[in-house]
Design a protein around this ligand. Structure first.
Ligand SMILES: *[C@@H]1O[C@H](CO)[C@@H](O)[C@H](O)[C@H]1NC(C)=O
Ligand SMILES: *[C@@H]1O[C@H](CO)[C@@H](O)[C@H](O)[C@H]1NC(C)=O
Ligand SMILES: *[C@@H]1O[C@H](CO)[C@@H](O)[C@H](O)[C@H]1NC(C)=O
Ligand SMILES: *[C@@H]1O[C@H](CO)[C@@H](O)[C@H](O)[C@H]1NC(C)=O
Ligand SMILES: *[C@@H]1O[C@H](CO)[C@@H](O)[C@H](O)[C@H]1NC(C)=O
Length: 694
């Protein structure tokens, strides 16, 4: 859609919404959400605005609409919106109002999951780190400090939506909001304080008077009038249902895939499995299904939580770059259309269920005028069943949908959409040494540090997520000449590199399953004063579980030749010098002396080069397959953490291509800066474009 056309459309919507000051009336009953008196079956998809760019939003939303979605669901990212207490950010990728207005312009609804704890594979579960330092705070329980800030932020977001007239009650697209997030799975950890908190949260939210319903997901006892909703892969099978006879059955997260960690392989949930579970949920009187994610996108910068890769739910119906993934996208589109063609009996009819065989079941919906049937085969084998004296073939693990109870228009297991295959086309090679400039970080030692403590400090509360990196340094006088010694380090996570007298002696890392790191190395000490510098790196903060505020990271114990240095005089440096000077930006780049490229690569080296944008509109990625681990920026914008040296069980990297949104690029002179923690070779980097082969 052209710019002027979009402008006209916005103007039109503005005119319409000015004329129709009264908004939609959204309520609910056992059947479904009720919008202006009409029951609705709603298909929804999660798209998180900070995981793409404003330039990508219109296309993502229009592909979602074309795929048969009615609703876009998003979390609200507190950590991105209030990075420092009282300082707010709502521009660019963080423009929540702009995102919702774009959805409105395309005629879709919005579900706003405010949280404000969101988990979402987002560092610290989307909570800003400064919350950690609020005296006396305990997150997500009956704690005055947490409740104060949760209410303050929730109110701010609700008021922001109200002033832009975005709730359906005001004529806007938001039909549903969420407070808290999957609290049911940790509530017992808070014992007696869990229940009062969840009641308070419900009451607080309802008191904000949005004019549209609230829900809680994975909260079986969500207090009235808040709706309890299901999250998971098999809500059709496992959801116990609404906790009150007048609430609808909602599925807020139908997982289209599963999160991927560094060291892990992608999980490709098949189109037919997703379709089967959605159809079953609807057959069991569900009325709202959300795909988590419909578009996953990119964990730019340091947004990802512990060990989560930078591409997010790339296996979703729209891939990381917003390209349609087939057959998933198309098969679900057909599913949506066939269910929508049964809307009348599904919403107004009565359901009867009966057995068609040992593992076969019919769900029949009859209204005074129409009929619809869902015929399920939950067994693994193809069977032929009789339904109303007619034979039907039912493939294993599938559901046939029969509008009119006669003709099968769709079977979840019969995928007629062709697979598509995505490929990367190298467009530019960075293989000439003279095009690279290099800056190697100095290894700080105890004498260089100004922050001191006689103990090993927790990295989360010390670095406060301003950087992945924190140096732990000490010095000691070694009396035995040429002694071979054993350095042993125990860290709570996530990565460490040890240097003795400026020389790298060892590296080790944990994983998503176990962030703890132990390293034992034979090292050479000199006779006299030795400088020990240990770089600890976090790879995203934890995002789930109870008592997030008490999690720690970094070194817990250090021994040299059996002598414990844990309670010793330590010097600290938070972050790297290049980060402090922001040498990844155009203006910061001149603050250090860059050198020409030498053939041998050293750890902790920054590399920079410039490049032309590849012609065309295909998505752009940088192939970092020749590198180890680190961070990358293009024109000062963080494109995320990379970690290609952490392999999947099959020996290949979890992620090799890293997205550079087109809007980050100019036509020429784009600045690419890479901080390489290990000894990767930048001469092997290529700039590729992404296309669909067939
Ligand atoms: C909204 O709809 C509900 C049920 O559909 C109805 O009871 C209520 O009166 C309506 N409210 C308004 C303000 O129209
Ligand atoms: C983590 O644990 C799960 C289940 O035990 C396993 O399947 C997976 O491969 C592990 N991942 C890594 C990166 O070790
Ligand atoms: C949710 O999605 C998963 C996989 O993406 C699928 O297996 C499941 O059936 C879906 N459930 C619902 C209720 O849509
Ligand atoms: C099925 O066939 C039987 C026997 O011919 C008949 O009595 C019955 O009415 C038929 N049922 C339907 C739903 O057509
Ligand atoms: C240790 O650090 C001090 C202070 O920077 C320096 O003077 C000394 O040469 C270093 N020792 C070694 C062995 O590198």
């Amino acid at each position: 859609m052209g710019e002027w056309w979009r402008f006209l459309l916005h103007a039109l919507i503005l005119t319409v919404s000015l004329c129709t000051v009264h908004g939609a009336n959204v309520t609910y009953d056992r059947t479904s959400l009720v919008i202006n008196g009409h029951h609705k079956i709603l298909f929804s998809g999660s798209i998180h605005y900070p995981r793409s760019t404003p330039q990508m939003w219109p296309d993502l939303i229009s592909k979602a609409k074309e795929g048969g979605l009615d609703v876009i669901q998003t979390y609200v990212f507190w950590n991105l919106h209030e990075p420092q207490q009282g300082q707010y950010e709502f521009n660019g990728r963080f423009d929540l109002v702009g995102f919702i207005k774009e959805i409105q312009a395309q005629g879709l609804y919005v579900t706003l999951r405010i949280g404000p704890y969101i988990e979402s594979e987002c560092t610290y579960g989307g909570l800003p780190l400064w919350l950690h330092d609020v005296p006396g705070i305990v997150f997500r329980t009956d704690n005055d400090q947490f409740k104060f800030h949760m209410q303050r932020f929730t109110t701010k977001i609700v008021n922001m939506m109200k002033s832009a007239n975005l709730f359906a009650s005001q004529g806007g697209p938001i039909i549903l909001s969420q407070i808290e997030n999957e609290y049911g799975s940790i509530q017992s950890k808070f014992r007696a304080n869990g229940l009062p908190y969840i009641h308070w949260a419900a009451q607080m939210a309802v008191g904000l008077q949005t004019g549209v319903p609230w829900m809680m997901c994975k909260q079986d006892d969500a207090p009235d009038p808040v709706i309890n909703a299901c999250n998971g892969m098999q809500c059709g099978r496992n959801f116990k249902g609404p906790n009150s006879p007048n609430k609808p059955s909602l599925w807020t997260e139908n997982w289209t895939s599963f999160l991927q960690a560094f060291g892990g392989a992608p999980y490709m949930r098949s189109a037919s499995d997703i379709a089967y579970n959605v159809a079953l949920f609807i057959a069991k009187k569900g009325s709202y299904v959300n795909y988590y994610m419909y578009h996953g996108g990119t964990n730019f910068d340091r947004l990802a939580s512990a060990f989560i890769i930078t591409a997010y739910y790339d296996e979703a119906p729209l891939d990381e770059y917003g390209l349609v993934r087939q057959p998933k996208w198309g098969h679900l589109k057909e599913l949506h259309a066939s269910i929508k063609s049964c809307s009348q009996p599904l919403l107004d009819g009565t359901q009867t269920t009966f057995s068609l065989g040992s593992e076969q079941q019919a769900y029949v919906f009859r209204s005074s005028t129409e009929c619809a049937a869902f015929l399920e085969n939950s067994g693994p084998r193809d069977v032929t069943i009789q339904f109303q004296n007619i034979s039907y073939e039912l493939p294993g693990k599938s559901i046939s949908i029969l509008p009119g109870c006669k003709n099968v228009v769709f079977n979840t297991g019969k995928v007629s959409i062709q697979n598509n295959v995505r490929a990367m086309k190298p467009r530019l090679q960075f293989n000439s040494a003279e095009n690279w400039k290099v800056y190697t970080e100095a290894i700080p030692n105890f004498a260089h540090t100004s922050k001191r403590a006689d103990t090993l400090l927790d990295q989360i509360s010390t670095a406060k997520d301003t950087s992945d990196y924190m140096w732990y340094t000490f010095r000691f006088n070694n009396k035995s000449p040429n002694a071979k010694s054993v350095l042993s380090i125990y860290s709570q996570g996530d990565v460490l590199h040890s240097f003795i007298n400026g020389v790298l002696t060892g590296s080790a890392h944990g994983s998503r399953n176990n962030t703890q790191v132990t390293m034992k190395k034979n090292v050479n000490l000199i006779n006299g004063m030795n400088n020990i510098s240990i770089l600890s790196a976090t790879v995203g903060l934890p995002n789930s579980g109870a008592f997030l505020e008490s999690r720690v990271a970094g070194l817990r114990k250090v021994e040299v030749q059996g002598r414990d240095f844990s309670s010793y005089s330590w010097g600290y440096q938070v972050g790297l010098l290049g980060e402090k000077l922001q040498i990844f930006t155009v203006s910061g780049s001149s603050k250090v002396q860059w050198k020409s490229f030498q053939s041998s690569t050293k750890p902790l080296t920054w590399y920079q080069t410039t490049f032309h944008a590849p012609a065309g509109n295909d998505p752009v990625v940088v192939n970092l397959g020749s590198m180890g681990k680190g961070l990358a920026w293009v024109n000062g914008q963080g494109i995320g953490r990379y970690w290609v040296s952490f392999h999947k069980p099959d020996g290949t990297p979890s992620q090799q291509w890293y997205h550079i949104p087109r809007s980050f690029l100019k036509s020429t002179g784009n600045l690419l800066v890479i901080l390489e923690e290990e000894t990767g070779n930048p001469l092997g980097i290529t700039l590729d474009t992404v296309y669909i082969k067939n």
